[in-house]
Design a protein around this ligand. Structure first.
Ligand SMILES: [Zn+2]
Length: 280
């Protein structure tokens, strides 16, 4: 398809953002001094805090696409609710289509919605500023269930082999309060995470891609995973995680090698909870 067609008329954020956003590095930090365990994290906080700002070159979906964006997100959420979070995390695109059609509580994806999802998936994400490498190249790529193992008590799965071995070693080295917070994600789950962020920010694809890899681009599809502290809930995915013993232990034992470092060329936020397993 024609790329221009996908984003035509969408590069209007320049005017909207001008003058509204304070400079990313000019703000004061939200956390008091001394709360961060190392200077690398402290240096990264402005970047972390700026991820939801609209930036000058941000690329938005065409306003004509906003209704289909909203309907797709709502249907994916109904799919997740009906099929369960665990199944949804591993679901492939074809299964998502057939499950939606089979359950009246979800409802079949419309032709418009399918075309939209295909366009989004095959669009070059660098057009909206995401420079990462595509890890799953086909929209119907699936996770081979024979290769994965369920991690008890977490609702998440990991690939057998290096990812599972790495997680087990982390539990042994860091302690029992370290827990898997996000494992394998299939294309459909990554679609929902990414599009939900976009729908909450007016179709701003650049902003969404600063905190979430677009579908197909996530290393969670091929082996990477996230670790947090038991009982810390969603705070495991905020800078507050860097104040925990689990985090400092992950750093001390060399597990947090930071897939996404400050000012990273992928434009994705710094993620101190992300464990890199797959070589890039
Ligand atoms: Zn991650």
């Amino acid at each position: 398809m024609n790329r221009r067609e996908f984003i035509k008329g969408t590069i209007f954020a320049v005017a909207a953002a001008a003058g509204l956003c304070p400079p990313a590095f000019g703000r004061s930090l939200a956390l008091p001094k001394g709360e961060c365990r190392d200077s690398a994290v402290r240096d990264n906080l402005p970047e972390l805090l700026g991820i939801n700002d609209i930036r000058e070159a941000d690329v938005f979906l065409d306003t004509g696409d906003l209704p289909v964006l909203a309907s797709v997100v709502a249907r994916l959420k109904r799919l997740r609710r009906t099929m369960g979070y665990g199944n949804f995390s591993l679901m492939g695109f074809d299964d998502a289509m057939s499950n939606a059609a089979a359950y009246s509580s979800i409802g079949a994806f419309t032709r418009n919605e399918v075309v939209f999802l295909e366009r989004l998936f095959y669009e070059d994400a660098s057009l909206y500023g995401f420079l990462g490498e595509k890890k799953l190249s086909g929209i119907t790529d699936t996770i081979r269930l024979k290769r994965i193992v369920k991690i008890q008590g977490t609702g998440n799965c990991l690939y057998n082999g290096k990812p599972l071995a790495t997680y087990e070693k982390i539990k042994a080295d860091v302690g029992k309060d370290a827990v898997l917070t996000s494992g394998i994600r299939g294309i459909v789950k990554q679609m929902l995470l990414f599009l939900d962020k976009a729908v909450n920010h007016g179709g701003n694809l650049s902003l969404a891609s600063r905190s979430l890899a677009p579908p197909g681009y996530s290393y969670h599809g091929v082996g990477d995973f996230d670790v947090g502290k038991i009982g810390f809930g969603v705070a495991n995915f905020t800078e507050r995680f860097t104040t925990t013993r689990v985090y400092s232990s992950l750093v001390d034992t060399g597990y947090v090698k930071l897939r996404y470092t400050r000012g990273n060329r992928l434009g994705v936020r710094f993620e101190p909870w992300h464990i890199k397993v797959v070589a890039s």
